[in-house]
Every structure is written in structure tokens, then in C-alpha cells.
Design a protein around this ligand. Structure first.
Ligand SMILES: [Ca+2]
Ligand SMILES: [Ca+2]
Length: 275
């Protein structure tokens, strides 16, 4: 015999309260409870509050940038080899937990195909390593907020180019384009790329032995610690707002790995306030 709605509600009340208490117990200051390892996707993204950003909220322009730097520079640094393991969690394909989702192509590929051969995925530095020559020791070269799995050959085509519109189609990355001095990611990755570059600019201000990374509006930066092209990145931030996948990896990096956040995923409007 089916039970009444009231009886059903009573039966669920205790387990729900217990689950809520458990969540409160594991909450990280400034963020909602972290998703369990191995879970990704919309369901894993939980409510977020601004406690983490308290010293920055209400500020604008350079004082906002400065306040955010003071907040996000407090982080755990991981080794370059640990990046492999981290990316298998932060970039897990929500539709297939055995795979990661690759930047620039959207391809879903087996987590076990990490490496340097054709058909593998590797660790793409969205802020090109050579722009500031920071290498791969623990620091900007291992900062998960701008590291993504990418196809080995697509990563090679991107190289250390600045980001801008235009060029010819990139083989293996539908919707992405490149010419002699710039790379244009597919539409779904444009905002992600913009927010990663601008995170790096705020996180690295020359205060901890690493170069002061900054965006500029050129596409011929070479090895200087600048990355372009700012006017285009600002457009991309508007065109491709943060989605569940991007917010989830921000949560995981904060809760599990580095204990700092990308402010522009939580507050995309801060891009316009600073730049
Ligand atoms: Ca996106
Ligand atoms: Ca900077």
C-alpha cells in the first residue's frame, strides 16, 4: 500500500539533515563543500559564497587587482609530475569518467593516454611557458589554473602563440584557427582561455621570485612576460561565460590541490573592472 506524502516526507527528513550536517563538516572556508574525487559535472557544482573574496568585494580597478592578488597568492604548489594526476580529476569528461576532455578540440580521450606521442594528450600551458620563461618547476609552470589536457599535435600547433582571431582551420581541433603569430580557440574554450590568462596576470605580480605576468594587446610577444591579445580576450570572456565544467575545476583546484581560486570564473565582471 503506498504511503501518504506526509509519511514519505517524515521518512526522508532525518537522512537529509544528516547529509546536510556532513556537508557543513567538510566545508572549505570561502567555498561550498567540495565534490567527492571522481565526480564532475553540473551536479558536483555547489553553491558558492564570497567569503573568500571579502577583502576585494566592493573594490574596482587597480585596487581590486591588488586585493585579489593578496588573496590568490596564498596557495599550495604542486610538482609538474603531480599535474598529470590532478588534470585527470579536474578535467574529467562529465560523460565518461575514464576520459579527460581536451582543450581546443573538445575531444574525450582516455586518461591513460597521457604522454608525448601522437594520439596522446599532454599538459598545455595556456599562458605559454616561454612568455616569461618560467619553466616547469613548482610555480607558474605547474599552476593548474592555466594547465589543461590538450592533444599533443594540437598543443604543438598552438606553440607559444598569442591569442587572437583568425587564420586557417587547425587540424584535429574543429572550430579553432591559427596563423603565423596567433591562435584562436573554438567558441566553447574562448572564455576559459581568457579567464586563465587573466588569472595568471593577477596571481603573478613579481612578488614571489616569478616574473610579473601581464596581458597586452599585441600578438608578437615572444619571450617577454606578456600575453595577448587583451582586447580580444575581454570579448571572449563576454562571449563564453563560465559553465559547470569550468566552475567545477575551479572548485576542485581550490578544495583539493592549490587552495586558491580563479576570481574571474567566480566573477567574470571583474575583468571589465580591472581592464
Ligand atoms: Ca567555456
Ligand atoms: Ca601581473
Amino acid at each position: 500500500m503506498p504511503s501518504s506524502p506526509a509519511a514519505s516526507a517524515r521518512r526522508w527528513r532525518l537522512p537529509v539533515l544528516a547529509a546536510a550536517a556532513l556537508l557543513v563538516g567538510v566545508a572549505v572556508p570561502g567555498a561550498a563543500a567540495a565534490p567527492a574525487p571522481g565526480t564532475t559535472g553540473a551536479a558536483a557544482v555547489t553553491a558558492y559564497d564570497d567569503t573568500y573574496y571579502a577583502p576585494a568585494v566592493g573594490k574596482t580597478g587597480t585596487s581590486l587587482k591588488s586585493a585579489l592578488h593578496s588573496i590568490i597568492r596564498n596557495q599550495t604548489k604542486i610538482s609538474y609530475s603531480a599535474v598529470w594526476t590532478a588534470l585527470k580529476e579536474t578535467d574529467e569528461d562529465p560523460a565518461n569518467s575514464a576520459n579527460v576532455r581536451l582543450l581546443y578540440s573538445g575531444t574525450s580521450r582516455s586518461k591513460s593516454l597521457n604522454g608525448g606521442d601522437v594520439g596522446d594528450w599532454n599538459r598545455e600551458h595556456v599562458w605559454a611557458q616561454s612568455h616569461g620563461d618560467f619553466g616547469t618547476s613548482a610555480g607558474p609552470g605547474t599552476d593548474l589554473h592555466h594547465l589543461r589536457p590538450a592533444d599533443v599535435q594540437v598543443n604543438s600547433i598552438r606553440g607559444n602563440k598569442d591569442f587572437d582571431m583568425g587564420g586557417s582551420a587547425v587540424s584535429g581541433a574543429p572550430g579553432s584557427y591559427t596563423d603565423s603569430n596567433s591562435f584562436e580557440p573554438r567558441a566553447a574554450d574562448k572564455g576559459d582561455v581568457a579567464r586563465m590568462i587573466l588569472y595568471m596576470a593577477v596571481r603573478y605580480e613579481g612578488t614571489d621570485g616569478w616574473p610579473d605576468l601581464e596581458p597586452n594587446d599585441t600578438v608578437t610577444n615572444g619571450t617577454v612576460p606578456f600575453h595577448g591579445r587583451l582586447s580580444v580576450l575581454k570579448q571572449w570572456n563576454e562571449q563564453d561565460p563560465p559553465d559547470a565544467f569550468e566552475r567545477n575545476r575551479n572548485e576542485l583546484i581550490h578544495s583539493t590541490y592549490q587552495h586558491n581560486r580563479n576570481p574571474f570564473i567566480d566573477h567574470p565582471e571583474w575583468v571589465e573592472s580591472i581592464w
